[in-house]
Design a protein around this ligand. Sequence first.
Ligand code: ZN
Length: 175
Amino acid sequence: MRQTSEEEVAQTISRGFPEAVLRVVEADKKKSYQIVLGSEILVEIDDEKVKMNFPTMGSGTMHWRGILEGTPETVGEMILRNLANAGFKVFSRRGIPIKKAPVRITTSTICPSCKERGTIKEILYGLPDEQYDREKYVIGGCCLDPEGNDPEIQCTSCEWQGDFEEVRFSRKGRE
Ligand SMILES: [Zn+2]
């Protein structure tokens, strides 16, 4: 039973990730599965867990007993979305490229420079409304770079500036 689920998860990932190779590893009469790109083992699936060896929001390891609902296919699709967020070219069941999820700035987002938590704010350009949310935004001024290279976010502690993408995986609890 278990074996089948793991294989289904692996096959769902493999189907949505044409650049990668699905490798089956047999040891002690147990099969485990690896999603391999080049020489990198990106995903490891065995009878206990799924391990994602690429940047993710959480720890990157999911134990089967911690997964309370969802079919092997929905688990596989969730891993595909994680791969998409990390910048890999993956596709939905219908063959449509899966896009990165938008980066959300939260109170647990940490600054890439000073490592403070909850200090990253979105920069508002132009003339903001008097009522703008000071918890979420800082004022960036009204002189925009004609090349469109203005930073999107700023740390209110160390003045670091950058783009949303730079804090996608920077959460407290991860290095
Ligand atoms: Zn900072």
